[in-house]
Design a protein around this ligand. Structure first.
Ligand SMILES: Nc1nc2c(ncn2[C@@H]2O[C@H](COP(=O)(O)OP(=O)(O)OP(=O)(O)O)[C@@H](O)[C@H]2O)c(=O)[nH]1
Ligand SMILES: [Mg+2]
Length: 611
């Protein structure tokens, strides 16, 4: 047991302190430099401040349905078995696996704004690395996503994990179609969650305020609606149960028999389900619209509220990849107690905190939900009301976890989401990028250790590959070991092995839709030549030079306080420039519009008047 916890902590450290992880896998000490507020028990009458809270009358009217995608028991924390498709190079695989493990252990119901268990007390979830069906130009199978061998292999490992501990569901860290999901559920006899499903589920579990709950429920409903598939039960009848063979029938209503969903068995049930979902969706949308309107009024009020020099109360939205340290940073700046945690999506309910800048100007910092690669589109749409706060903010601060090995992917993901939600080009250009967790780097990262790109080939092989997180101290030691396949128990315990076939190429799955072309001139930042020569991970942070057109990017440690004063000064400066520009443009507008319109005095019009 101690061994497993130590591996789990090692793995977590890899996610939160990934620089160190890339170098080696040290045993995990107590959580790092943690000035994170250890979870105090909330007072019985404690209610979190939300700028968007509803009136007590509205609260009474609102009922919230817990939408679980796999009928989980909200009173207990589910145990997930993690399936990670292989990626190249290994450092990306490690980063993605760590993220997957953190996602799996982040699914826990929040009570009164707090979690009951300590994230670091959790065991490492059982997991397996398997061959990626979309590697080497191959396509994932339409019916079961993986090859049949892989599905069988996973089942063996699942059974081994099951015999030790109860597994509630399988988490496949990929995006599955409804049919693939159902058929895998049938093959493994367990509910299956894909990446999108788990993220939505976590949002549902972590949402605390009514507003966040409404939006999370809407996302879950939209996800459910998109995956209504007809299944044939053991008795041959069509149904929508959790078991049975899924037919290739989409929720759009086209049936496999050519008649569509307008006739035949199962149609009525599908229509009924869709109607129920639509009704609930409409209800949620109208409630969310109320929230949006309230927010818009509150924002307008804040704008009118004069600061020391007469200007409106500016809002600074803090954005970034999940776990980058946004809440910790805002807490430090505001001297407040925002909840921060290694759990992914610790913040789902947005919070505002006021801060006095060095000039004496008062501003509001908005701490909001973090982003993640493959952020479900349903979530982006459903959380539109929350994300509007980002779109409408006067200034954006992008917090980047400087210790993340796939830092570029994190940054691109955030840029992509910001563009997706409609942040103006001007705001993106003006955004301040803060590289946080600099204390991890300062702890003594050896850059030379990064320079070794672990592209040693794994053995050639037809069989599915299996692996799990290692206790070993070096990622370079991910080597072929066929024995691992024959000993699933040992794998689940933590011996790191890889028995995949030889793969040279990068896997497109990792980058799909998330990596923005580096040559894209629309980006507010560019890479220096130095970075183009080698990835920033290889070069080490000191050698990375990111040039933003908006000025210097800061390095901070929200934990030690390094760089925070400089951040406030930079914000102060940016706001001053913005105010000046605003004044100038208002004056220019005033010159045009303050003049009263008069009809043009042409000779004809004079004549006309005279007549
Ligand atoms: N070492 C170190 N750890 C940090 C720093 N900033 C934050 N952390 C830790 O990183 C973890 C995540 O911090 P949060 O502030 O919750 O991150 P977040 O970006 O708000 O995460 P979400 O709300 O989940 O999107 C916590 O365990 C923090 O203690 C830092 O500067 N250095
Ligand atoms: Mg947070």
């Amino acid at each position: 047991m101690l061994k497993t916890i130590s591996i789990w902590r090692t793995s977590l450290r890899c996610f939160t302190r990934t620089s160190t992880c890339m170098r080696s896998f040290p045993s995990y000490p107590s959580p790092p430099l943690s000035s994170t507020p250890s979870k105090p028990s909330p007072p019985s009458n404690w209610t979190p401040y939300s700028p968007y809270s509803l009136s007590s009358k509205q609260k009474k009217e609102e009922t919230h349905e817990v939408v679980s995608l796999f009928n989980r028991d909200p009173t207990s924390t589910p145990n997930l078995f993690v399936v990670q498709p292989r990626l190249r190079p290994d450092k990306f695989l490690q980063a993605k696996l760590n993220e997957a493990l953190c996602l799996a252990n982040s699914l826990e119901e929040q009570r009164d704004g707090y979690f009951e268990t300590d994230f670091f007390d959790k065991d490492l979830p059982p997991h397996i690395i398997v061959q990626n069906p979309s590697m080497k130009g191959r396509k994932a199978r339409a019916d079961i996503y993986f090859g049949p061998g892989t599905v069988e292999n996973i089942k063996c490992h699942l059974n081994a994990a099951e015999s030790k501990d109860e597994v509630d569901a399988v988490f496949v860290n990929a995006i599955l179609s409804g049919i693939q999901q159902r058929n895998l559920e049938r093959a493994w006899g367990k509910p299956v969650l894909d990446r999108v499903g788990l993220i939505i589920e976590i949002f549902n579990a972590h949402a605390f305020t009514k507003e966040a709950k409404l939006q999370a429920e809407l996302a879950a409903l939209m996800y459910k609606k998109s995956r209504l598939v007809r299944v044939r039960g053991p008795d041959g009848r069509h149904t929508f149960g959790t078991s049975g063979e899924a037919e290739v029938v989409s929720a759009r209503g086209r049936g496999s028999g050519g008649q569509g969903f307008t006739s035949g068995a199962g149609e009525t049930e599908l229509q009924l389900q869709r109607r129920r979902i639509s009704e609930r969706r409409n209800h949620l949308l109208s409630r969310i619209e109320e929230v949006r309107r309230t927010r818009a009024l509150q924002r307008a009020g804040r704008k009118r509220q004069g600061g020391s020099s007469g200007q409106g109360l500016s809002t600074i939205a803090v954005v970034g990849y999940t776990n980058a340290g946004k809440s910790t940073l805002v807490s430090e700046l505001a001297g407040s107690d925002l909840y921060s945690d290694c759990r992914l999506f610790a913040t789902v309910d947005p919070r505002l905190r006021s801060v006095i800048l060095p000039s004496g100007r008062k501003v509001l910092f908005s701490d909001t939900v973090g982003f993640i690669s493959d952020l479900p589109v349903q979530l982006v749409e459903a959380f539109h009301a929350t994300l509007e706060e980002v779109v409408e903010a006067d200034l954006l601060v992008h917090v980047v976890d400087s210790s993340a090995p796939n830092l570029d992917e994190h940054r691109s993901t955030v840029m992509h989401v910001l563009q997706q939600i409609g942040v103006s080009e001007e705001k993106l250009q003006n955004m301040i990028e803060v590289w946080n967790k600099i204390d991890i780097e300062e702890e003594g990262m050896d850059v030379d250790d990064y320079l070794h790109d672990d592209d040693e080939e794994d053995g050639e092989g037809e069989t599915d590959e299996t692996s799990s997180v290692s206790e070993e101290n070096d990622m370079k030691s991910m080597t072929e070991n066929d024995e691992a396949n024959n000993n699933p128990g040992a794998e689940v315990e933590g011996s790191e092995e890889a028995t995949e076939g030889k793969q040279d190429d990068f896997d497109g799955w990792l980058y799909e839709d998330t990596l923005v072309d580096e040559d894209d001139s629309s980006l507010p930042w560019t890479f220096s030549d130095q970075q183009n020569e080698s990835s920033n991970m290889d070069a080490g942070l000191e050698n990375v030079c990111i040039v933003g057109p908006s000025g210097p990017h800061l390095k901070t440690s929200a934990i030690t306080g390094v760089g925070l004063q400089e951040l406030l000064e930079l914000i102060d400066e940016k706001l001053k420039v913005q105010d000046k520009n605003l004044k100038t443009s208002k004056m220019a507008e005033g010159n045009i519009f303050d003049k009263k319109w008069r009809p043009p005095r042409t000779e004809d019009s004079i004549i006309a008047v005279e007549q």
